[in-house]
Design a protein around this ligand. Structure first.
Ligand code: NCD
Length: 309
């Protein structure tokens, strides 16, 4: 029996397969509320605080919209310059304060480990909306949900992850979630941006087939899902390294001519130049459908950690 009431959601690695499937099942039940077709007051009287210390469009707005669609209320610090963090207040003190005003917190922070530290400072549930290059569990869950919706069955799929797998927190979380469901993984990166060794090691120890390459043209041939990420410019320690790697991979229609029919193209967004705009009308281009899936998933998470689903 899965019970996420009162739980923090910090890293995708700590979610069991049963918990993951329970979250996507709950999301499925909330689809009509997410699309606005049905009204809900499931979370009436509850308050979500969104605390974002890094830029965000989709994650923050979808958390807030999710809470509102479920009849709850939202308070928000989007511009950290307007909060006491600008006066040197510690993250622990800030979240302790926010706890007095809300029932659940969604936090985004540039430091890896910040979400765990914040969660340890409060008694209400805290959801990690991205901690530096660390984790982004809610994105991973909506990515899984997207693959489920686009493909039906996940087992046996060849999933190719392309781009900055060194710094990208979405892929760090995604591999932990999808590797529970019998997929094969291929990591395609410039050599300098490989998936952290520790992550590939954990996957291999768990018996997940993982291959690493920098040859996109070959990798695309048997991909069922191509998950593209941007260079995480803000996380490069060395600016010259970023400039050197900029533009080193790009998905366009001529590349997709080599792909299998039915390949799904995903991207957590924002994109820079790694997917050509001409791909947007390609049948398998799912990145804007993926955006929409953030709503039912975050609705499910809010309802579950608040003990209402
Ligand atoms: C991602 C993030 O913030 O990690 N965006 C998102 O949440 N959809 C990906 C990125 O910034 O590249």
């Amino acid at each position: 029996m899965v019970d996420l009431a009162g739980k923090d959601i910090i890293s995708a690695a700590e979610l069991s397969p049963d918990e993951i499937l329970h979250i996507t099942e709950t999301a499925r039940r909330l689809e009509k509320v997410a699309s606005g077709e049905e009204k809900s007051d499931l979370l009436a009287g509850r308050v979500l605080a969104t605390l974002f210390y890094e830029p965000s469009t989709r994650t923050r707005l979808s958390f807030e919209s999710s809470m509102l669609r479920l009849g709850g209320q939202v308070i928000s610090v989007a511009e950290i310059h307007t909060s006491s963090a600008a006066k040197g207040e510690s993250l622990a003190d800030t979240v302790r304060t926010v706890e007095a005003y809300s029932d659940v917190i969604a936090l985004r922070h540039p430091k890896e480990g910040a979400a765990q530290l914040a969660a340890d400072s409060v008694r209400i549930p805290l959801i990690n909306a991205g901690d530096g290059a660390g984790h982004h569990p809610t994105q991973a869950l909506l990515d899984l949900y997207t693959i489920q919706k686009e493909h039906g069955n996940i087992e046996g799929l060849n999933i190719v992850l392309l781009g900055d797998l060194k710094h990208g927190r979405t892929v760090h979380s995604l591999v932990h979630v999808i590797s529970n469901f019998g997929v094969s993984l291929k990591f395609v990166t410039p050599p300098a941006l490989a998936m952290p060794l520790e992550t590939t090691w954990i996957l291999k120890m768990r018996g997940v087939p993982v291959e690493e390459t920098s040859d996109l043209e070959t990798a695309i041939r048997d991909a069922d899902v191509l998950y593209v990420t941007r260079l995480q410019e803000e996380r490069f320690a060395d600016r010259a390294e970023y400039e050197r790697l900029k533009g080193s991979y790009r998905v366009d229609l001529s590349l997709l001519e080599r792909a299998k029919a039915g390949v799904t193209i995903m991207h957590p967004l924002p994109r820079t130049d790694e997917i050509a705009p001409e791909v947007d009308n390609y049948e398998g281009a799912a990145y804007f459908r993926q955006v929409a899936n953030g709503l039912p998933i975050r609705m499910a998470l809010l309802a579950l950690v608040l003990g209402e689903a």
